[in-house]
Design a protein around this ligand. Sequence first.
Ligand code: F0G
Length: 482
Amino acid sequence: MSDVRFYYGDELPLEMHKARIVQRLELKPVEDRARAMAGAGYNTFLLNNSDVFLDMLTDSGTNAMSDEQLAAMMRADDAYAGSETFVRLESVLRRIFGKEYFLPAHQGRACESILSQVLVEPGSVVPMNYHFTTSKAHIVLNGGTIEELLIDEGWDVESEHPFKGNMDTGKLEALVQRVGADRIPFVRLEAGTNLIGGQPFSLENLREVGTLCRRHGIMIVLDASLLGDNLYLIKRRESACADWSIEEIMRAVAEECDVIYFSARKLGAARGGGMCLDDADLYLKMRELIPLYEGFLTYGGMSVREMEALAVGLEETLDEDAISQGPEFTAHMVEQLRKRGIPVVVPAGGLGCHVDALRFLDHVPQEEYPAGALATAFFIASGVRGMERGTMSEQREEDGSETLAHMELLRLALPRRVFTVSQVGYVVDRLQWLYENRELIGGLRFVEEPDILRFFFGKLEPMTDWPARLVARFREDFGDTL
Ligand code: F0G
C-alpha cells in the first residue's frame, strides 16, 4: 500500500485518532443471545442494544463524534428563529457544495418526502442507479415508479468493477426515449449505493449522466448520505482524481447535481439532514413544507447542538485521515473474509461489509429470507447485530407475492471510528465458525407482517428449531466460552 498513514505491517488499517471516551460492552452467553433473538421476533431491528455486543446494525447516527464536534455543541445558539448556529451551518454547506439555498430537515427520509411531494406525481418515472428503501417508498407513495439503471456489473456481487454504483447511460437514454423527458421529474443518483453493498459511482460516470440529463433538461438529485465514502473511493480508484484533494472532488461532484440531499446521521457524523440547491422556484416550493413537517426554517427538526456538530462534521469529512476510516476498515474486513473463503460483496465499498447470504446459505430458498436468517444466526453465534438487506427489505407485490430482492445481504455496518481492528477480527472469526456450520441454519417466516417497510417491525419465526441446534453446536465447539 502506498500511503503509510493508513496501513502498516500486513495491511492493517491504521487509526488516525485516539479514543478518550469509551463505552462498556457486555458479551452475553449464547443461550441468552438465542433467547433475546426469539424475544425480538428474529428481527435484529427489535433487539435491545443491552443484549448486543457489537452493534453493526447501521452507521446511521452511530459514528463517533470528534472532540471538535462535541466542543462545538457547547456553543450552540438556541433560538427558534434565525439562530447563529443555522447561519454557521448554512455557510459551511454553501462553501462545500457551492449551492445557494439550504433547507434543513430532521433526517434524510424527510428530504425524500418533501422532494417527492413537490416533484413526483402519478405517472412520474424516477430513474436511479439503485433504490434505497425510504427513497423508493416516498416516490411510490406519491404515485411514481422507479427504474434502476445500474451498470450490469453492479448487479453482480462477484464483479470486481471499481464503480459498481455507476449508472448505465445507455439504459438512461433508452428510458428517456421510451417514456419521454416530461415524465421524468429527476434522475436520482445515490452515492455509496447502500443496498448493493455501499458501492460508489465514479466522477466520470456522474459527468456522463450530467451531460445526458442537461441535454434532455432533466434534473439530477444526489442522495449524498454516503458521499464521504464515495469521495474517498473516487480518490483511491479513479486515476484522473488521484492527485485531487477530497474538497476538489466534492466540488466537482456537486457541480453536476441540481439538488443535493443527505442524511446527517451519516454524512457529517451527527443527526438531521437537509437539501442544498440553486433553483429558486424549487426552493420556494419545498420551503413551504418545512414548517409544516419539520420545524421552523432555521432548524428543520434538528437541535442546535446537532447542527453545530454537523457543521464541524462536514468540514471533517473533507479530511482524508477521517474519511479513510470507514472504507479502509471495510476493505480490511472484506479481505479477511475473502481469505477464509466466506462469500462477501467485492470490491469493498463504504458503510460496512456485506456478506452474500445467497451463497452462504445456498440451501435456504429466497422466500425464507436467507439474509434475515443469516442475521439471526450470526447474532446467536457472536452477539454482533447486523442488518438484513434482501427480500425482507422489499415490499410484497399487490397480489401478495414476494418481490425477490436482487441480492440477499447481511450488512455488517462499520460506524466510523467506533470499532477496533481486534473487534473486526472477532467478527471475522465468528463468521468463519458460522460458515463452517452453515448447514445448521434454516429459513424464517413472518408471523406479523406490516404492509410498509416491514423489515423495521415485522416479527418472524424459524421454519424449524434450527436456532436451538446452532446453540448446541456452539457449546460443543466453544465449551464455556461466551
Ligand atoms: N439515503 C440513504 C442512501 C440512506 O442510507 C439512508 C439511511 C437514507 C437515505 C435515509 O436517511 O435514515 O436519515 O432518514 N440509511 C440508514 C441505514 C437507515 O441504516 O442504512 P435517514
